[in-house]
Design a protein around this ligand. Structure first.
Ligand SMILES: Nc1ncnc2c1ncn2[C@@H]1O[C@H](COP(=O)(O)OP(=O)(O)OP(=O)(O)O)[C@@H](O)[C@H]1O
Length: 325
């Protein structure tokens, strides 16, 4: 679909030693970028925004992106460390983007106010960033990024550092705005919920390369990397070209070696135990690093505290097997 790529994003970005990744998206797509620390996620969004120099190519809405200065790219950014201008009010922070593109002061303020209203904080328009909570400031940052109707919206961990409840509310609101947003969104996140609830496409980065790309449900059901498996709460074991995945809820935990000679049997030591829904989720390391969910009663009965040696087993019928590539 060459035609669609003209209006969308078609990029191959190379930053020496940090990133070598292809990204293709259509207008309206929300691309969640996930991966372990140092995988290149921030480098990717910084390269798209122009904050990091890179080679390769990137076409956005039919225009060459890499040859342009950050100011000349029709790209909105909400970064975790992207501060608002401290001396400007919330509404002037939002209006700034339009003003710097030559918009009339009154029109820019009216548009800024409209966006603050859409984000539910119109009454805070006159406040300076220092008088806003973290969640409110992030709403202003989102309004500031969207007011210019960018072709590409870059969100680098927009909920990081926010209280869990505030993040949950903001996630729902952002989801609503992204559903109406005609451009492409690239969202860097460490949170499986973000990827599963907001994204139309998940890109998994690992050591600067794309390790997997696909719809969120597919990536969550068949993760190809340890990191994503952990993120979505699955165990994965790679055997040659095949991956074997199973849920922590199907793992049987015992403190003695099971009698059966099951193929799926591993010895390990409990490294951590924490509530997970109605269950206790155990982190077990040994031959394999695995997670297992047990009932609180079983956890007490078997004294499953950190340091405890355990056996884990899984019925073959509970294991999903698929190709690694
Ligand atoms: N300014 C820099 N100069 C050189 N190398 C850098 C710079 N910033 C990051 N790197 C390196 O580039 C690689 C990718 O880093 P990047 O910050 O993009 O990863 P990330 O996936 O965003 O990680 P995190 O989840 O920890 O934020 C890492 O190896 C990192 O050490």
């Amino acid at each position: 679909m060459a035609g669609a790529r003209v209006t969308g994003l078609d990029a191959h970005l190379h930053v020496e030693g940090r990133l070598d990744a292809t990204l293709v998206a259509e207008p309206g797509d929300v691309v969640a970028v996930v991966g372990p620390n140092g995988a290149g996620k921030s480098t990717l969004v910084h390269a798209l925004s122009g904050l990091v120099a890179c080679t390769g190519h990137a076409r956005l809405a039919g225009m060459d992106l890499l040859g342009r200065t950050p100011q000349d790219r029709n790209v909105g950014v909400v970064f975790q460390d992207q501060r608002l201008f401290p001396h400007l009010s919330a509404v002037d922070n939002v209006a700034f983007g339009l003003r710097s593109r030559g918009a009339d002061k009154h029109q820019a303020r009216a548009a800024g106010l409209d966006w603050l209203d859409r984000l539910g904080i119109a009454e805070l328009a006159a406040r300076k960033p220092g008088q806003l909570s973290g969640g409110q400031a992030q709403r202003v940052a989102i309004a500031r990024a969207l007011v210019t109707s960018p072709d590409l919206l870059l969100l680098d961990e927009p909920f990081a550092g926010l209280d869990v409840g505030v993040a949950a509310t903001l996630r729902i609101e952002l989801g609503r705005h992204l559903a109406d947003f005609a451009g492409i969104t690239v969202l860097v996140t460490h949170d499986a919920l973000d990827a599963l609830t907001l994204a139309t496409q998940v890109v998994v980065l690992d050591a600067g390369q794309v390790a997997q790309v696909g719809p969120p449900t597919e990536v969550a059901a068949r993760p190809l990397t340890e990191h994503v498996a952990r993120l979505v709460g699955l165990n994965v074991i790679r055997e040659g070209d095949r991956i074997r995945a199973f849920s922590p809820s199907v793992v049987t935990v015992s403190v003695h070696a099971p009698d059966d000679s099951a193929r799926n049997r591993w010895q390990g030591v409990v490294r951590g135990a924490a509530p997970h829904g109605d269950a206790i989720r155990l982190q077990v390391s040994g031959e394999r690093d695995l997670i297992a969910d047990v009932t609180p009663a079983a956890s007490r009965e078997l004294a499953l505290a950190p340091g405890r040696e355990v056996w884990l087993s899984v019925k073959e019928t509970a294991v999903t097997t698929y190709d690694a590539v």
